[in-house]
Design a protein around this ligand. Structure first.
Ligand SMILES: Cc1cc2nc3c(=O)[nH]c(=O)nc-3n(C[C@H](O)[C@H](O)[C@H](O)COP(=O)(O)OP(=O)(O)OC[C@H]3O[C@@H](n4cnc5c(N)ncnc54)[C@H](O)[C@@H]3O)c2cc1C
Ligand code: FES
Length: 279
């Protein structure tokens, strides 16, 4: 939450302190706010997002992928357009503007004690990676955690360096590629294929979290309901082109809801009454 409202709109300077080449066209940037008070102020929940600006280029929306308690924030960025292209030329020491955090994240507090099924597609992984980190920091508060991750091809897989630590924390990870290349020996198909094989001990005590392309969210929603999860235990993060990030400009609305302010994470129960094709 931003505790000082004067900073709601004002980008705060943050320095790039680390750049990780994750996959072709995807980099992770670790950012440190230049001012100590901004480091303290910027506390977020997994699934919340920030607006990141480059002077003379523009602003773009990214979900933080780092553990919420980590003071240096991290974002994973896919190079698709003006801002992201300019970000890909950034070097260590360069400065970027950051405002936020905004929106409603995954309800990680409300789903304590449950088994958690996480389904990530492509560049939808960052907010869910933050959720996994949050859970690991409070591991005893959660039941079994399953991460289903789908990418186009093996070379697109991100966060390889996190895998061992996550596995040690008892997180079960299932990665599926659509196209087999190189020496890939894992499953080939859709991320939802793996979900079909999942057996949960108690579906009443389970929650699903997902982020990815709209068509994937629709099939994830169907699979999770087939598994027996209730619509109010399934949470999907939506993507919309954003400008203000705080429910003022009207760029991101679905009916009377603003994705930036009322989301980007919505329960399937909420989405049932919104014009979003996820049922
Ligand atoms: C809540 C939220 C979280 C996000 N988190 C991440 C993240 O962690 N990592 C990441 O790489 N990206 C993320 N995105 C997507 C990211 O915001 C866009 O890719 C970004 O706008 C690209 O900026 P750009 O200036 O480089 O591209 P632009 O030059 O603005 O656009 C490139 C192309 O993509 C289209 N486009 C841009 N944004 C969207 C959108 N939201 N919906 C549909 N079409 C769009 C444009 O119309 C254009 O065709 C997130 C988006 C949202 C809403
Ligand atoms: S981005 Fe302006 S209302 Fe959501």
């Amino acid at each position: 939450m931003v505790r000082d409202n004067r900073h709601t709109y004002r980008p705060r300077p943050a320095k790039v302190i680390k750049i990780i080449d994750e996959a072709p066209g995807i980099k992770t940037f670790r950012l440190r706010f230049e001012m100590q008070k901004d480091r303290k102020r910027f506390s977020f929940l997994p699934g919340q997002f920030g607006l990141f600006s480059l002077m003379g280029i523009g602003e773009a929306t990214f979900s933080m992928c780092s553990p919420p308690r980590q003071k240096d924030i991290e974002i994973s960025v896919r190079n698709v357009g003006d801002v992201t292209n300019a970000m890909f030329s950034m070097q260590k020491g360069d400065v970027i503007g950051v405002r936020g955090p905004y929106g409603k994240g995954f309800p990680v507090g409300d789903i304590k004690g449950k088994d958690i099924v996480i389904v990530a597609g492509g560049i939808g992984f960052p907010p869910l990676a933050s959720a996994v980190e949050y859970i690991i920091q409070r591991r005893k508060n959660y039941g079994k955690v399953y991460v289903y991750y789908g990418v186009h091809a093996p070379e697109d897989i991100v966060y390889r360096y996190k895998k061992e630590r996550w596995l040690k924390s008892g997180i079960k990870i299932f990665t599926t590629v659509e196209k087999k290349t190189g020496g890939w020996r894992g499953p080939v198909g859709l991320v939802t294929d793996g979900l079909k094989k999942l057996k949960l001990a108690d579906v009443q005590n389970a929650a699903g979290l997902s982020c990815g392309p709209p068509i994937m969210l629709k099939f994830v929603s169907q699979e999770l309901r087939t598994l027996g999860l209730e619509p109010d235990s399934i949470f999907l993060s939506l993507e919309r082109l954003m400008q203000c990030g705080i429910g003022k400009c009207g760029h991101c609305n679905i009916g009377n809801k603003y994705v930036c302010r009322d989301g980007p994470v919505f329960s399937l129960s909420e989405l049932r009454y919104m014009q979003e094709d996820v049922w």
